[in-house]
Design a protein around this ligand. Structure first.
Ligand SMILES: NC(=O)c1ccc[n+]([C@@H]2O[C@H](COP(=O)([O-])OP(=O)(O)OC[C@H]3O[C@@H](n4cnc5c(N)ncnc54)[C@H](OP(=O)(O)O)[C@@H]3O)[C@@H](O)[C@H]2O)c1
Length: 429
């Protein structure tokens, strides 16, 4: 084993960074044996230098992250600051000054992954980011390496623990959205400002990263259709149950049936209770992958938290250090397929539509005609009447999102349709 240590610069020492530092220290001997050389924490960049950080030598702490990544003797920079800047500039500078990079930064990778990979490649360095998607769950490496010989057709995932906790609470207790969100906040599952989670931004960033790797195609955050889950109601859960379904916020990356394009989207959807993703409870994450040769695979586990996320960071650190010692680099960006990313209108799926209608003869025929005129075929209809008003629940066969939007627009114009109470996609069948 080499005795000269590999030097690691840690950028950020918060929820994830402090756990990375702790595991690096407590598992130092095992890590050295697995890598073939010791790893040394050479510097820790933070914003607030006076904060007490257990187990961190204060002499290593600096607020000058730029000087740290420019030192020239750093082998690996671990970026766990988050956000776009200064993380992006620091990572770029690290490559230019000879370091490889491990990052947990989904927002940055989803927005600028291609540019960062290009700088890494130009400098013959590694860029690894297993922790950026679904915390501890091995996903990036299985998609990038284990499935490199297969053809992935679909990735369907629960990739945000906060929203899964809220939806699971609504489902299991009958709570409304706000009540479930309040509980998630009190238990520390939701941040004070939960927008990134509940509006689907966090899941959309992960969908972009997963789609890019799965389909060997550049998929940026802007390419991902996104709908949050704040409008999901107890009534939606009641409807879902009547269909033998539950509701999850899903990240869905799909290859079109003809294989010529891909789509990536995040939105709440009904999935059958028999689907493995339906049983993912609380703040857990799970990703279901369908590919030509392997069939169906499911990856499950804790998708966030300091220690689980640090596990994924450390796995990358070991891999990057091994590459360093052997003078090699691991797999970089694979975007050779360059498939077009289609807009949401071209997505084909099933829909559950709940309408408030007048309770009088002929309404059902009128509604059915509108669906037929737009080429959307109806699978089932359920009607419930009371006091001259009725609710009509229509479940469709597979149709394009554009056809469904046209149908809904036309339905809203019917005198007998008082309102469209909810539209929910049905997935996983
Ligand atoms: N937390 C999770 O469960 C989780 C899961 C998966 C991925 N991630 C990703 O991991 C990354 C880190 O998340 P986190 O939860 O650990 O964040 P965090 O607790 O807010 O920690 C951020 C750290 O970065 C430091 N920092 C902020 N701005 C800085 C700057 N300009 N220069 C140097 N240091 C700076 C902060 O310093 P101070 O300590 O002085 O404030 C803090 O130590 C993010 O990309 C996040 O998306 C997190």
């Amino acid at each position: 084993m080499r005795t000269r240590p590999l030097k690691v610069a840690l950028l950020g020492c918060g929820v994830v960074g402090s756990e990375v530092a702790r595991i690096m220290t407590t598992h130092a001997d095992d890590l050295a044996a697995r890598i073939g050389a010791p790893v040394e924490l050479a510097g820790v960049a933070v914003r607030r230098p006076s904060k007490v950080r257990e187990g961190i030598d204060p002499a290593l702490v600096t607020t000058d992250a730029t000087a740290l990544v420019k030192r020239g003797d750093i082998d690996v920079v671990v970026e766990v600051i988050g956000g776009i800047e200064p993380a992006r500039t620091l990572i770029t500078t690290a490559f230019e000054h000879g370091a490889s990079v491990v990052s947990a930064n989904k927002a940055l990778l989803a927005q600028d992954g291609a540019a960062l990979h290009a700088v890494a490649e130009a400098n013959s360095k590694d860029l690894y980011y297993e922790a950026a998607v679904a915390g501890a769950i091995p996903l990036i490496r299985p998609l990038r390496e284990s499935l490199a010989g297969d053809k992935v057709n679909r990735v369907l995932g629960i990739v945000n623990g906060t929203t899964n906790f809220i939806l699971d609470k609504m489902d299991s207790t009958g709570a409304g959205y706000q009540e479930a969100l309040d509980e998630a906040t009190a238990l520390g599952y939701a941040e004070a400002d939960p927008t990134a989670d509940v509006e689907g931004f966090d899941a959309a960033a992960k969908a972009a990263i997963l789609a890019g790797i799965a389909f060997h195609t550049r998929v940026r955050l802007d390419d991902v259709y996104r709908e949050g889950m704040t409008e999901v109601t107890s009534a939606d859960f009641a409807s879902a149950r009547e269909m033998g379904c539950t509701i999850k916020l899903l990240a869905i990356c799909e290859r079109a049936e003809d294989g010529a394009s891909v789509t990536a989207r995040v939105h709440p959807a009904m999935i059958p209770l028999t689907h493995p993703l339906a049983s993912v409870r609380g703040a857990y994450n799970a990703v279901f992958v369908e590919s030509d040769a392997s069939g169906q695979l499911m990856f499950y586990g804790p998708g966030a938290g300091g220690s689980p996320t640090a596990s994924a960071v450390l796995g990358d650190l070991v891999a990057v250090c091994r590459n360093r010692l052997s003078g090699a680099t691991g797999p970089g960006e694979s975007a050779y397929a360059a498939l077009p990313v289609s807009p949401m209108g071209e997505v084909v799926t099933r829909y559950h539509i709940s309408l408030d209608v007048a309770d009088k003869p002929g309404v059902l025929a009128q509604v059915a005609t509108v669906f037929a005129e737009h080429g959307v075929s109806i699978d089932t209809v359920r009607q419930q009447g009371k006091d001259g008003e009725a609710s009509l629940v229509v479940v469709t066969h597979r149709a394009s999102d554009a056809a469904l939007s046209g149908t809904v627009e036309a339905l809203r114009k019917l005198d007998t349709v008082r309102g469209v109470a909810s539209i929910m996609r049905v997935e996983g069948e």
